[in-house]
Write a protein that binds this ligand. Structure first.
Ligand code: AMP
Length: 416
């Protein structure tokens, strides 16, 4: 027996019925993002490895363990993007978009790749909707993107969500926090997993990303970053919270919300869903005020979020629209040709038509139209060809009408 080739672990096929749901979620998402004046940007799926090492950060799980990195034939080290922000930053600098008058508000929908342990809600190829804004310092934008995220979920009829917010400080105030965090974490080193023991030295903030129960418990007693904020960060955070209240957004301050990426400054936030299992974060984001400068670009602050589509789609209610297509039923060569012509005409007028090039009896074609959920059957036999008038059957009501292709189009257009 021949051996089957299977899909790679952690990847999955989106089959036509599910793809319909994806299309619908994507189109609602695009509509909302465009209402807030975001423009689509598309960048390559792979980039130079150093882009993520530098951008996402050397101490993150993503860079240490999860990147799909390979050498191309010219010996360059390339990486399938594990997240989107560094690519957008690179593209803005490379294309000097910051010199243009247009606001720097971008969105993107596409696949990301992480070599993580697959489980429900966690895949190795997954899809994100990302948004990024550059050059807006005021916390009003932080609140606006949280408001937009909430509005989007509302439009998608996703309920049972909670918005968590935090501030991770900046280059000025974070070092003293890290110092205290490290020394307190050192005291409980024994209960931390090996990974976290390593993080202690590299970047103790990353201990908060750990999902191991003993580490999570230990982290409860660690100092809170919100107690260490400098005046600027403190003020930014309190104004951000005021704006959330202005939008009537319910939120919870979660001081352990540091997110798994090194570049965040000030605001971080997540929208979690109680309908998801262990992987309950639907949307995650935050501010990254230093990244553009660190990549040699202008001193422009940035903020954004990413929403996981697989997780989102699993909680979006969806009722499949009934098919609106017309199925051609014909008998013999001449009716086939007449049918092809009619279908050609109707498709150009925007009617979805299906013609199958197989010899079948009228009865079996009618039962196929029924089984496939066609809205209409267009029936063409010898007599109809002679008269140039075809029979149109409304599959829902069973009513049958007769007419030229133009008359048929009119009936279809006028039907509710
Ligand atoms: P992150 O880029 O890690 O901040 O993640 C942003 C969002 O992407 C998360 O809230 C999830 O919804 C989604 N996400 C991240 N990693 C995965 C994964 N491995 N599989 C599926 N969705 C993911």
């Amino acid at each position: 027996m021949r051996k089957q080739v299977s899909a790679i672990k952690g990847t999955k096929d989106i089959l036509p019925r599910e793809a319909k749901k994806w299309q619908s979620v994507e189109s609602v998402t695009k509509r909302i993002l465009e209402l807030y004046s975001y423009k689509e940007i598309r960048t390559p799926v792979f980039e130079a490895t150093e882009l993520f090492e530098k951008g996402t950060g050397q101490t993150t799980d993503i860079v240490i363990k999860e990147m799909y990195t390979f050498q191309d034939k010219a010996g360059r080290s390339l990486t399938l993007r594990p997240e989107y922000t560094p690519s957008v930053v690179r593209s803005i600098i490379e294309n000097r978009l910051y010199l243009k008058p247009e606001p720097l508000r971008f969105y993107y929908i596409g696949p990301m790749f992480r070599y993580d342990k697959p489980q429900k809600g966690r895949y190795r190829q997954f899809h994100q909707v990302d948004i990024e804004v550059f050059g807006e310092e005021d916390p009003a934008i932080d609140a606006e993107i949280v408001e937009m995220a909430n509005y989007l979920l509302k439009e998608l009829k996703v309920s049972y969500t909670e918005t968590l917010v935090n501030s991770v400080g900046c280059k000025d105030c974070r070092p003293s926090y890290i110092k205290d965090l490290r020394s307190q974490a050192e005291e409980v080193r024994r209960v931390l997993c090996l990974d976290c023991q390593r993080k202690l030295k590299l970047n103790p903030l990353r201990i908060f990303d750990c999902k191991v129960e003993t580490c999570r418990e230990a982290a409860q007693a660690f100092p809170r970053i919100t107690d260490y904020l400098c005046q600027d960060c403190e003020e930014h955070f309190s104004r951000f919270c005021d704006y959330l209240a202005f939008y009537s957004i319910k939120y919870k301050v979660e001081p352990r919300l540091v997110r798994g990426i090194d570049y965040y400054t000030k605001t971080t936030f997540e929208v979690v869903s109680s309908k998801l299992g262990a992987q309950n974060t639907l949307i995650g984001g935050g501010r990254y005020d230093d990244m553009m400068k660190e990549f040699g670009g202008p001193d422009l602050c940035g903020i954004g979020f990413a929403m996981g589509l697989e997780r989102l789609i699993s909680v979006v209610p969806f009722t499949e629209e009934k098919g609106k297509f017309l199925y051609l039923v014909y008998l013999g060569d001449e009716s086939e040709r007449a049918g092809m012509k009619a279908v050609h005409f109707l498709r150009r007028e925007g009617v979805e038509c299906l013609i199958e090039y197989k010899e079948r009896s009228m009865k079996s074609q009618m039962s196929r139209a029924n089984k496939l959920g066609a809205a209409w059957a267009l029936i063409i036999g010898e007599e109809e060809v002679k008269k140039r008038k075809y029979k149109l059957k409304n599959m829902a009501t069973g009513l049958q009408m007769e007419g030229t292709q133009e008359e048929i189009l009119k009936i279809i257009r006028e039907s509710p």
